[in-house]
Write a protein that binds this ligand. Structure first.
Ligand code: NAD
Length: 255
């Protein structure tokens, strides 16, 4: 039997990159999915491309920073699938700028989507799960930039460090109720978010050299770890921030 058969999960950022790959993997694992994205058409396209049976997945257009819309979307997921077993928070934005020039709009957007968005979905899920005395699990996507600083991404670095705190805090508060909360800190993954950085061949070569494994990662390689953290194989795992980064946070690849 598929390892997540009969379970239902919300996946945010489902219209692109890691979120879209996660939808594909969870469907393959047998789960039902609420595919959420700011861009409703992109979320629907993810499902159409997979040819998912309509009874197994729905696409919903939601801004994860909007608390009331997240609550509505969570209720819609519960009503559609008869219950929910967790959330994967992949929706994210990445602002550019340092301490001298970061615009406040960029700062606010990074905090609103990356931290508050994950907080909103986690709170809606935990409230629902406690009310119905159900176990569950949450997976948050932080970043290499959430466990160490990278230059000229101050708002992103700060927000992704916040996701580490959110993950640990929720984990220790909810462990006694059977709700696990874990995070993943990816290195460079080939998605739309990083297309600009990878477009210049010289820059791409530098990126590859910086990762000891010698290449950028694919969204499916993050989705595979999400699938593990979701599953009962990870039943004793909570509060971790797992690097899935080709070794970049283990140490310098070369002198
Ligand atoms: P992506 O840009 O391909 O996808 C992000 C998705 O989030 C998009 O579909 C976008 O529409 C959606 N989104 C943005 N704001 C939203 C909002 N307010 N409400 C709902 N949806 C919203 O990016 P990705 O590379 O797949 O990134 C997924 C997550 O992984 C992000 O949190 C990102 O910070 C993180 N991450 C990515 C990398 C990488 O190298 N790609 C590395 C580390 C961490």
């Amino acid at each position: 039997m598929s390892k997540l058969a009969g379970r239902s999960y919300i996946v945010t950022g489902a219209g692109s990159g890691i979120g879209a790959a996660t939808v594909a993997r969870l469907i393959e694992d047998g789960a039902n999915v609420v595919a959420v994205d700011l861009d409703a058409d992109a979320a629907q396209k993810t499902l159409d491309d997979l040819g998912v049976d309509k009874g197994r997945a729905i696409a919903v257009g939601v801004d994860v920073s909007d608390e009331s819309k997240v609550d509505e979307m969570t209720a819609q997921g519960v009503a559609t699938f008869g219950g929910l077993d967790g959330v994967v928070n992949c929706a994210g934005v990445r602002g550019v700028g340092n301490i001298l020039d970061t615009e406040h709009g960029v700062w606010d957007l990074n905090m609103d989507v990356n931290i508050e968005g994950s907080f909103n979905t986690s709170q809606a899920f935990c409230r629902y799960a406690r009310e119905h005395n159900r176990p569950g699990s949450i997976v948050n996507i932080s970043s290499q930039a959430g466990v160490e600083a990278v230059p000229n991404r101050l708002a992103y670095v700060t927000s992704k460090h916040g996701v580490v705190g959110l993950t640990r805090g929720v984990a220790i508060e909810m462990a006694q109720h059977g709700i696990r909360c874990n995070g993943i800190a990816p290195g460079m993954i080939a998605t739309a978010m990083t297309a600009g950085m990878r477009a210049d061949p010289e820059n791409l070569e530098k990126i590859r050299k910086a990762h000891p494994i010698g290449r950028e990662g694919q969204p499916e390689e993050i989705a595979a770890v999400i699938s593990f953290l979701r599953s009962d194989d990870a039943s004793y795992v909570t509060g971790i921030m797992m690097p899935v980064d080709g070794g970049i946070t283990a140490g310098a690849a070369s002198f």
